[in-house]
Design a protein around this ligand. Structure first.
Ligand SMILES: *[C@@H]1O[C@H](CO)[C@@H](O)[C@H](O)[C@H]1NC(C)=O
Ligand SMILES: *[C@@H]1O[C@H](CO)[C@@H](O)[C@H](O)[C@H]1NC(C)=O
Ligand SMILES: *[C@@H]1O[C@H](CO)[C@@H](O)[C@H](O)[C@H]1NC(C)=O
Ligand SMILES: *[C@@H]1O[C@H](CO)[C@@H](O)[C@H](O)[C@H]1NC(C)=O
Ligand SMILES: *[C@@H]1O[C@H](CO)[C@@H](O)[C@H](O)[C@H]1NC(C)=O
Ligand SMILES: *[C@@H]1O[C@H](CO)[C@@H](O)[C@H](O)[C@H]1NC(C)=O
Ligand SMILES: *[C@@H]1O[C@H](CO)[C@@H](O)[C@H](O)[C@H]1NC(C)=O
Ligand SMILES: *[C@@H]1O[C@H](CO)[C@@H](O)[C@H](O)[C@H]1NC(C)=O
Ligand SMILES: *[C@@H]1O[C@H](CO)[C@@H](O)[C@H](O)[C@H]1NC(C)=O
Ligand SMILES: *[C@@H]1O[C@H](CO)[C@@H](O)[C@H](O)[C@H]1NC(C)=O
Ligand SMILES: *[C@@H]1O[C@H](CO)[C@@H](O)[C@H](O)[C@H]1NC(C)=O
Length: 713
C-alpha cells in the first residue's frame, strides 16, 4: 500500500515538474509560433486576473494604438493613464468591462459638504475614443434629496441628461414596491443616449440633505452595467461602501468603416475573419467555426469534435475547416451533414418479401422458364400481357438473373417515408408519365417516378417496359434503376438522382431574362457537345452493343438527364422496344414526342437517329422543337443555304463557329428524310441517316478537337 502511494507521489511530482517546465518553455518562446497566442510576442498577456489580448497591450510596443495602452497598476489594468479600470476585454463583442467610480455627494448634519466620505475623485469619466454602451448600461441616481446630470458628447454635439430623486421618509423602514423598486422614491433610473463619449457625471442636492440626513446623508449617481444594480431598502447603506461599479464600454479597432479601412490600407483583420462595421468604426471577428485573435494571427479552425464529444451521436465526428461532419454508423444516415438518424430496418421488409418469394418460388420458376423460352426465340417484342398480372414477381426474378444489377424492391411505405408521403416540396419534375420526387433511400439520393393513374393505359405497361429495358443495360450514360415498388397498381420506379435535372430545363431555363442566375448558367457549346456525345454513345450502345437491340423511341432533350458533373444519362424508356439484331427495320406505331418524331413515324433505329438530330438542332439553336414545329425545317434550310449564324444560339458559340458548323452538318444528316425511291436520280443522291455509332464517333471527334483548341474567340 505504502509502496503504491510512494509511486503515486513520485509520478505526480514528475508530472507537475513536466507541466511547469513546459509552461515555462512556452512562456519563454514568447508565443511567436503559437497561433493561439493572445498578446504580441514578448508582451505580458495578463494584468492581475485580467487577460489583455492584442490590440490592447501593456507597455510601449505591445498595443495597436495608444488608446489601447494598458497601465498595469499593481493588479489593476488601467486604460491609458486614466482611472478607468478594466475587468474584462471582449474581442468578439468589441467591448470592455470596466469598474467605474460611483459619484457621491455627502453632507454632515449641519448641511456642510462632507468630503471625507467622498473617495470618488471626481467620479465617473469615460475618455475618447471609448463610448458607454447605451444598450448595456443604465444610469441611476440614489438618494432622498438628490439630482444628477450626465454630460457627454457625440462629434461636436454635447448632450446632458439627468434624474431627480426625492423622498421625506426612510425607505428602509417603509415598504416600497418590490416589483418596481426604482420608481422615483429614493431611486431614479434612466437610459443614456447612445454613442456618447467624454462622459462625466455631477451629483448635487437641493437642501444639502438637511431634512433627510438621519437616514440619507449622501446622494449617489452612477452609470452601471444593466443587471448589476438593483435598488433595495439596503441600497443607501451598501452604496456607502461601494467605490466602483461595472460599466460596459465599446471600442473599435479603427475609426473608419470596413470598406474605407480596406481601401485605405489600414485594415487590421487577419485571415479567416470578417470585418464588422460599428457606428463609429469597425472590429474584426473570426469566421464561424474559427477562433483565435483576429488582430494578431489568422483565425484557426475550431476542432468541434475534440471540444464536444457528444456531437455526432451514432457516428464518428470528423473535423472540417470551419465546421464538422459525421461519419454515420451503419443503419444511420446523415442529415444536414451534422446529424445521424436511424434508417428504417431493411431486414423487416426483406423478411416479408422473402416469405412471399418462397411461396411463389414454383410459380416463378415456371414463369421464368416461359420467359427464357420467349427470349431465345429471336423475335421478341415485349408486351404488356406478361406483366399485367404479375409484373413485379417476374421482374424481380429477372433482375435476380442479372447479378451485376443491384436493383432492389421497395415497399410502398419505404417510398412514402423517403418522399415525405410524396410531399410537393420533394417534387422535382412532372410529365405525361407522372411525377418525379426526390427522396432519400438507403442513404442514397434517388428520383422516384410515380406514374399518374391513367385508366386508358394498361396499368403496368410503360413502367414495366422501362424496367425490362433498363434492367438489360449497364452503361455509364444510361440512368441507373435503383429499384422498384410493386405494391401499387402501377409499379413505381426508383432511379439514381440526377442533380442537374433534364437537358431540356438547362437549355430552356425558366427565366431566360436572367442568364446570370447561378441556377441557370447557359451551357457552353463545349458542354453541349460533350452532353450530345455522351447521349449518342448511350444510344449507339442500345442500338448495337446489347444482345437484343433496344430502340429508345422517345429521344428528346427532356429524356436526357444531367448529374452534378453534367454527365448525360439517357432515361424515359417507357416507349422503348427490344428487337433482335436482324429485325432492326421493324416498325410499329410510335409513342414518341411531337417535334422529335421522324416523318416516317416509325419506330426504328433510324427514327432514334432522327430524334437525336432534333436534339442536336435544339442544342445549337436553344429553340424548342415542340413549340416551333418547323424548327427542323428552318434549321435545315438555314444550314443548307449557308446562313447557320442566323439561327445559332450566339451566346454559347464563343468563337467556336467552325465546330458549331460541323455539328450542324451532322444534325442535318441525322434529319435527312427518306426519299421516295422511284426516281433513279434521286435514289443515287439519296443518303441514309448515319447510324448512331457513326454519330457518336463524330461527336466524340468534335469534343476532342474542342478540348485541344480551348478557345478561338
Ligand atoms: C483573482 O481571482 C481570484 C479567484 O477568483 C481571486 O481570489 C482574487 O482576489 C483575484 N485577484 C484580483 C487582484 O482580482
Ligand atoms: C503607455 O503607458 C505607459 C505606462 O504604462 C507610459 O509610460 C507610456 O508613455 C504610454 N504610451 C503612450 C504612447 O501613451
Ligand atoms: C495605482 O493604484 C493606486 C492604488 O490603487 C492609486 O493610488 C494610484 O493613483 C494608481 N496609479 C495611477 C497612475 O493611477
Ligand atoms: C468576459 O467577457 C466575455 C464576453 O463577454 C464573457 O464570456 C466572460 O464570461 C467575461 N469574463 C468575466 C470574468 O466576466
Ligand atoms: C450646501 O452645500 C453647498 C455645497 O454643495 C454649500 O455651498 C452651501 O453652503 C451649503 N448650504 C448650507 C446651508 O450649508
Ligand atoms: C427590507 O425589505 C425587506 C422586504 O421588504 C424586509 O424583509 C427587510 O426587513 C427590510 N430591511 C430593512 C433593513 O428594513
Ligand atoms: C470632455 O468633457 C469635459 C467636461 O465634462 C470638457 O471640459 C472637455 O472639453 C470635453 N472634451 C472633449 C474632447 O470633448
Ligand atoms: C453583472 O451583470 C451580468 C449580467 O446580468 C452578470 O453576468 C455579472 O456577473 C454581473 N457582474 C457583477 C460584477 O455583478
Ligand atoms: C488612411 O487614412 C488616414 C486617415 O484618414 C490617412 O491619414 C492616411 O494617410 C490614409 N492612408 C492611406 C494609405 O491612404
Ligand atoms: C456547419 O454545417 C451545418 C450544415 O451544413 C450548418 O448548419 C452549420 O451552420 C455549419 N456551422 C458552421 C459553424 O459553419
Ligand atoms: C455538444 O453537442 C450537443 C449536440 O449538438 C449539444 O446538445 C450540446 O449542447 C453541446 N455541448 C457543448 C458543451 O457545446
Amino acid at each position: 500500500m505504502a509502496f503504491q502511494y510512494g509511486m503515486l507521489m513520485q509520478l505526480s511530482i514528475m508530472l507537475l515538474a513536466l507541466l511547469v517546465a513546459t509552461t515555462r518553455a512556452s512562456a519563454r518562446q514568447g508565443g511567436e509560433e503559437d497561433e493561439t497566442a493572445i498578446a504580441l510576442p514578448g508582451c505580458k498577456a495578463k494584468c492581475g486576473n485580467v487577460t489583455i489580448p492584442y490590440p490592447f497591450g501593456i507597455g510601449d510596443g505591445c498595443y495597436f494604438r495608444h488608446e489601447f495602452n494598458i497601465t498595469c497598476n499593481g493588479s489593476n489594468p488601467q486604460l491609458m493613464t486614466t482611472p478607468m479600470i478594466v475587468t474584462n476585454i471582449s474581442l468578439e463583442e468589441g467591448e470592455l468591462q470596466t469598474r467605474q467610480l460611483v459619484n457621491r455627494d455627502c453632507y454632515d448634519r449641519q448641511g456642510k459638504p462632507n468630503d471625507i466620505e467622498d473617495p470618488s475623485e471626481g467620479g465617473l469619466r469615460v475618455y475618447t475614443p471609448y463610448t458607454a454602451s447605451s444598450y448595456k448600461n443604465r444610469m441611476y441616481v440614489i438618494g432622498c434629496d438628490t439630482y444628477a446630470k450626465l454630460y457627454g458628447s457625440r462629434g461636436y454635439q454635447n448632450y446632458i441628461t439627468g434624474c431627480i430623486s426625492e423622498c421625506d421618509y426612510d425607505i428602509s423602514i417603509n415598504a416600497f414596491d418590490e416589483d418596481d423598486p426604482c420608481s422615483g422614491m429614493g431611486c431614479c433610473e434612466t437610459k443614456i443616449p447612445p454613442l456618447l463619449t467624454n462622459l462625466s457625471v455631477t451629483v448635487g442636492s437641493f437642501k444639502n440633505h438637511t431634512l433627510v440626513w438621519d437616514f440619507n446623508p449622501c446622494g449617489y449617481a452612477f452609470v452601471v452595467q444593466k443587471g448589476n444594480f438593483t435598488f433595495s431598502n439596503t441600497s443607501f447603506q451598501e452604496l456607502r461602501n461601494t467605490p466602483r461599479l461595472p460599466l460596459i464600454l465599446d471600442w473599435q479597432i479603427g475609426e473608419t468603416d470596413c470598406k474605407y479601412a480596406m481601401e485605405n490600407g489600414t485594415y487590421a483583420c487577419k485571415g479567416n475573419s470578417i470585418c464588422l462595421d460599428r457606428p463609429t468604426g469597425y472590429i474584426c471577428v473570426c469566421n464561424p467555426g474559427f477562433r483565435g485573435n483576429p488582430y494578431l494571427h489568422d483565425c484557426q479552425d475550431t476542432n468541434e469534435c475534440a471540444l464536444n464529444a457528444t456531437l455526432c451521436e451514432n457516428g464518428k465526428c470528423i473535423n472540417k475547416d470551419g465546421n464538422y461532419t459525421c461519419d454515420c454508423d451503419s443503419g444511420y444516415q446523415i442529415v444536414d451533414n451534422i446529424k445521424c438518424i436511424k434508417v428504417p430496418d431493411p431486414k423487416k421488409y426483406l423478411k416479408i418479401s422473402l416469405g412471399a418469394s418462397l411461396g411463389f418460388l414454383v410459380l416463378l420458376v415456371g414463369i421464368f422458364w416461359t420467359f427464357r423460352n420467349m427470349r431465345e426465340k429471336k423475335f421478341l417484342v415485349i408486351r404488356k400481357k406478361y406483366f399485367e398480372d404479375n409484373g413485379g414477381l417476374l421482374f424481380r426474378e429477372k433482375l435476380a438473373s442479372i447479378p451485376r444489377y443491384a436493383a432492389k424492391t421497395f415497399t410502398e411505405e419505404q417510398l412514402k417515408e423517403a418522399t415525405d408521403n410524396y410531399h410537393v416540396s420533394r417534387k422535382v419534375g412532372e410529365g405525361g408519365y407522372g411525377i418525379v420526387y426526390k427522396g432519400l433511400l438507403d442513404k442514397q439520393l434517388v428520383a422516384i417516378k410515380k406514374p399518374k393513374p391513367n385508366p386508358q393505359i394498361p396499368a403496368t405497361e410503360p413502367s414495366v417496359q422501362e424496367m425490362i429495358v433498363l434492367s438489360q443495360i449497364n452503361h455509364k450514360n444510361v440512368v441507373r434503376l435503383v429499384g422498384c415498388c410493386f405494391e401499387t397498381r402501377t409499379p413505381i420506379l426508383v432511379y439514381e438522382f440526377m442533380g442537374k435535372g433534364t437537358l431540356y430545363e438547362r437549355i430552356h431555363p425558366e427565366n431566360p431574362e436572367n442568364p446570370e442566375n447561378p441556377k441557370n448558367p447557359p451551357l457552353s457549346l463545349e458542354l453541349r457537345l460533350q452532353i450530345a456525345s455522351e447521349a449518342a454513345d448511350a444510344l449507339a450502345y442500345l442500338h448495337h452493343s446489347t444482345s437484343t437491340s433496344i430502340i429508345h423511341g422517345d429521344v428528346k432533350t427532356a429524356s436526357i438527364l444531367l448529374d452534378e458533373n453534367f454527365t448525360a444519362k439517357l432515361s424515359d424508356f417507357g416507349a422503348s422496344i427490344l428487337v433482335s439484331e436482324d429485325e432492326n427495320q421493324l416498325s410499329t406505331s410510335c409513342q414518341g414526342t411531337q417535334g422529335y418524331l421522324d416523318p416516317e413515324n416509325t419506330l426504328t433505329k433510324k427514327s432514334d437517329v432522327y430524334s437525336f438530330g432534333v436534339v442536336l438542332a435544339e442544342l445549337l439553336t436553344s429553340s424548342k422543337p415542340e413549340e416551333e414545329r418547323n424548327l427542323v425545317n428552318v434549321f435545315v434550310s438555314k444550314v443548307e443555304s449557308g446562313v447557320l449564324a442566323e439561327i445559332l444560339d450566339q451566346k454559347m458559340v464563343e468563337g467556336h463557329f467552325e465546330t458549331a458548323k460541323l455539328a450542324a452538318d451532322l444534325a442535318i444528316r441525322c434529319l435527312k428524310e427518306k426519299r421516295e425511291e422511284n426516281s433513279p436520280k434521286k435514289r443515287k443522291k439519296r443518303e441514309e441517316r448515319p447510324s448512331m455509332k457513326e454519330v457518336a464517333a463524330e461527336l466524340e471527334g468534335l469534343v476532342r478537337t474542342m478540348e485541344q483548341h480551348p478557345s478561338r474567340g
